[in-house]
Design a protein around this ligand. Structure first.
Ligand SMILES: C[S@@+](CC[C@H](N)C(=O)[O-])C[C@H]1O[C@@H](n2cnc3c(N)ncnc32)[C@H](O)[C@@H]1O
Length: 295
């Protein structure tokens, strides 16, 4: 079968028009990413490049466009997403990492300026591993334990850690923070050595609001990664009372939070003697991360 040599923009232009018609604002980038996927390219193609493409590859590209037109996010079609400085593989049980969550990485970097220190970090509800693995990329002597209820998401963290050469400093813990003794079970696995830092982006969407989320989130992000129960605070209520048992004195907690939740989370945390030391806004000006210290 003969290939055609064609300019990327010429090839994707009709598909861009289709995506724009259904209101997809990122039509050009989406087409470039999907074309790269159908050609098996690791790097994203640019509009000005030329590609040598077979009929089958064009057909494959068009089937990916049909998926996108049906509302499936690009990250779910290509099963990967850029976060901080790396490209993370995803599967159906991992949350699609959000740019807002990079606020948490920035906050840890502000609080721990010496990148050579050996920190013991817990990534609670680790999903794709985007938070913990990004920190391992910054702190070369540190270790992260990735904790999740989803075995399938832990498998993806394993793959991501191997791909980034970070598996030696990664540990994978399959536990459920709804279990009564999850803290004691965790600390046993950790040979009774407590953590310096806890990072967590727990599920925080009130259950009744999930049906009103964008289709891309509602239908493609795992329900268990979104559902924060009646008021969105279930996970914080289960996690916070246990923190003294798993963190060292002066240990710090970095929680991602939903819009408007900071005062409720602060009051739960203060009941258990945690002191709030920072509220950090994301790029849209929403308080996205709260930092607490254990005194
Ligand atoms: C909002 S996602 C965050 C994923 C990832 N850290 C990120 O920022 O993209 C929440 C994660 O918590 C996990 N999770 C939900 N309920 C849990 C539970 N009871 N015990 C442990 N992990 C849980 C989910 O599987 C999901 O990976």
């Amino acid at each position: 079968m003969t290939n055609q040599n064609i300019n990327v923009y010429t090839l994707i232009k009709p598909e861009i028009i289709k995506l724009r018609k259904v209101g997809i604002k990122t039509a050009i980038l989406d087409c470039r990413l999907l074309l790269s996927k159908s050609l098996g390219r690791k790097l994203t193609l640019y509009n000005h490049e030329n590609v040598n493409i077979s009929k089958n590859e064009v057909e494959h590209f068009k089937t990916l466009i049909v998926q996108r037109l049906s509302g499936k996010p690009v990250s779910r079609i290509i099963n990967k997403r850029d976060f901080w400085k790396k490209e993370f593989k995803l599967n159906e049980e991992t949350l699609d990492p959000r740019p807002d969550s990079e606020t948490l990485i920035e906050s840890v970097l502000e609080h721990y300026r010496d990148k050579l220190q050996a920190l013991k970090i817990l990534d609670l509800g680790s999903g794709s591993g985007c938070l913990g693995l990004s920190l391992l990329g910054e702190y070369h002597n540190s270790k992260v334990s990735f904790f999740d209820i989803s075995k399938k998401s832990l498998e993806i963290v394993k793959i991501n850690s191997l791909n980034f050469g970070l598996s030696d400093r990664s540990k994978f813990v399959h536990l459920d923070w709804r279990d009564k003794d999850w803290d004691l079970n965790l600390i046993k696995i950790e040979n009774e050595i407590k953590f310096d830092i806890l990072i967590s982006n727990p599920p925080y969407i009130p259950e009744s609001e999930i049906k009103n989320l964008q289709k891309e989130v509602r239908e493609y992000d795992p329900f268990i990664a979104l559902n924060g129960g009646k008021d969105g605070l279930n996970a914080y209520k289960l996690i916070i009372p246990k923190l003294r048992n798993i963190l060292k004195k002066n240990g710090k907690i970095f929680f991602e939070t939903g819009k408007g939740q900071e005062k409720f989370i602060t009051s739960i945390a203060m009941e258990y003697g945690l002191l709030p030391i920072q509220y950090k806004k994301d790029l849209s000006g929403v308080n996205r991360v709260i930092v607490f210290i254990i005194k």
